[in-house]
Design a protein around this ligand. Structure first.
Ligand code: BG6
Ligand code: MG
Length: 215
């Protein structure tokens, strides 16, 4: 039986996945590195430095570690300027209704994300009040697809993994949840999440009954 639901943040609760895309796009345009949406798909769910390594696959020269650190820093400053403009209107469809219904049923809720910007995003959106626990990129040493962040979130909820459902939009996150021994529900399409049986384009297209129905 599912007693806790663990949500990914970027692309599940809020449209920040698009802001990550625009920030990388701005950085790569300035650096003269090819970047597009299909490369961006590979960045979903993984850490900032791992994302940078993927972005630099298309670079025409080698970057030193110091240059890589500076690029990651620049990307994050661009992203932070976007985050300043976030409002609760940027929450994705169905999020608040789903959280309210889970609370009504006394199902515990957590956020588990590879991002180090989770505290600022949750603050801007007034999300803290909705969650019993948070585990993010500041708490972990191995990002998704490693199961660490979901296992930590479950521990903070006081629940065994088998009683947790993960809601994810990234292939790396789905793998992470499966390795943690948790049930998964995908936010996306059969093309963006191949091999995920239960999915919807957003939380407005699935009821809490459907979410909690685990075989
Ligand atoms: C994940 C995003 O949630 O956070 C990734 O899906 C991103 O695209 C990662 O790279 C790290 O984010 P941040 O905010 O620490 O740069
Ligand atoms: Mg995501």
């Amino acid at each position: 039986m599912i007693r806790g639901v663990i949500f990914d943040l970027d692309g599940v609760l809020v449209l920040t996945d698009e802001l990550h895309f625009q920030s990388w796009q701005q950085l790569t345009a300035a650096e003269g590195i090819h970047f597009d949406r299909s490369i961006n798909q590979r960045l979903r769910g993984i850490s900032r430095m791992e994302s940078l390594e993927i972005v630099l696959e298309r670079a025409t020269r080698k970057y030193t570690s110091a240059e890589k650190a500076a690029l990651a820093e620049r990307k994050n400053s661009i992203y932070l300027t976007y985050l300043q403009r976030l409002t609760p209107a940027d929450l994705l469809p169905g999020v608040v209704d789903t959280l309210a219904e889970l609370r009504r049923r006394r199902i515990k809720t957590a956020v588990a994300s590879s991002s180090k910007n989770v505290p600022i995003i949750m603050e801007r959106l007034g999300l803290h009040a909705w969650f019993d626990a948070v585990a993010d990129g500041n708490d972990i040493t191995r990002s998704k697809p490693d199961p660490e962040v979901f296992l930590l979130a479950a521990r903070r909820l006081g629940l065994p993994p088998v009683e947790c459902l993960v809601i994810e939009d990234a292939q790396a996150g789905i793998e992470s949840a499966r390795r943690a021994g948790m049930a998964v529900f995908g936010i996306g399409t059969p093309a963006s999440l191949p091999g995920v049986a239960r999915l919807a384009p957003d939380l407005a297209h699935v009821t809490v009954d459907e979410l909690l129905r685990v075989d």
